[in-house]
Design a protein around this ligand. Structure first.
Ligand code: HSE
Length: 296
């Protein structure tokens, strides 16, 4: 591997938060939200410097184990070029461990930043290759698709290839963010290895309905957000979220667990009063933009 004459930077990449699953779209649907983590990269003559502000500051490692650095290094390996050294500054606003796609934002943002820091990076690693690498690092494509492409994404794996259809939607969103995180690893561990055929069939119908409801039939969102594959199984790890979810739905508000939780997402505005004590309430717009470089 050779050292490249890199764009020295600073280069700024912004990556949106994302909500995966949206109820029945388990591991497939993603929605980008206007809550952007910012990464700045600058080439150094040697070494690695990592600075973190905002979410995760003081908690995340500041060296080669940092998730953004791992994503950047994977991208440099794939491109076959790397800068002599670099400084990475992370300004994080996406809450960690809450089901709002912070790890996918780190991975997607890191890969985009890496390709900006080597000469010809955009030609050597196109967006499909970025998506594939991000999926390989994250392990499932739903959040990374939304973080990279923006809007509403339908992601799936064809053989080993990550595929995506991206759609524009305009829908009100409120997210209820509890104080304590739940790890995706723990939440995935609560899922059964098999489900009943009737549940799979019911879920397929609701997932199809959900896409139609998001595009053109908001009155169908309460039915379209009904899930049969994951939320109930995970309720033990996030009982307060599950209680809020049920309370909202009983009131006719289309609500889901965001990703692997514990954040609750409602497709509605004006529902802030439902928030339990101490929870943060945010009303981000759907982001039509995925991760992007801010040109100086
Ligand atoms: N689809 C994933 C899950 C999203 O629910 O486990 C979490 O990253």
């Amino acid at each position: 591997m050779s050292a490249a004459h890199a764009a020295r930077g600073p280069v700024l990449v912004r990556t949106p938060a994302s909500s995966a699953n949206l109820g029945p779209g388990f591991d497939a649907l993603g929605l980008a939200l206007e809550l952007f983590d910012e990464l700045t990269g600058e080439v150094l003559d040697e070494g690695l410097e990592v600075l973190v502000e905002g979410e995760g500051a003081g908690d995340v490692p500041l060296g080669p184990d940092h998730l953004v650095v791992r994503a950047m290094e994977a991208a440099f390996d794939l491109i076959g070029l790397r800068p002599t050294g670099y400084r990475l500054t992370c300004r994080n606003v996406i809450p960690h461990g809450r089901g709002l796609g912070s790890s996918s934002a780190a991975i997607v943002g890191g890969i985009l930043l890496a390709r900006e820091l080597v000469e010809g990076g955009r030609e050597l690693l196109d967006d499909q290759a970025v998506y594939q690498l991000a999926n390989d690092l994250e392990g499932h494509p739903d959040n990374v698709a939304a973080a990279l492409f923006g809007g509403l994404t339908i992601a799936w794996i064809e053989g080993a290839a990550a595929e995506v259809v991206r759609l524009d939607v305009d829908v009100p969103v409120t997210v209820f963010v509890p104080d304590a995180p739940v790890s995706t690893h723990v939440a995935r561990g609560l899922l059964p290895s098999e489900v009943a055929h009737r549940d799979a069939a019911a879920n397929a119908g609701r997932a199809a309905l959900l896409v139609a409801a998001l595009l053109q039939a908001p009155e169908r969102l309460i039915s379209g957000t009904e899930d049969f594959l994951h939320q109930t199984y995970r309720s033990a790890a996030m009982p307060d979220s599950y209680q809020l979810l049920r309370a909202l739905r009983v009131d006719g508000v289309p609500a889901v667990i965001s990703g692997a939780g514990p954040t609750v997402l409602a497709f509605a505005h004006g529902v802030e009063a439902a928030a339990p004590q101490g929870w943060r309430v945010l009303t981000p717009q759907v982001s039509g933009r995925g991760a992007h470089v801010v040109e100086p």
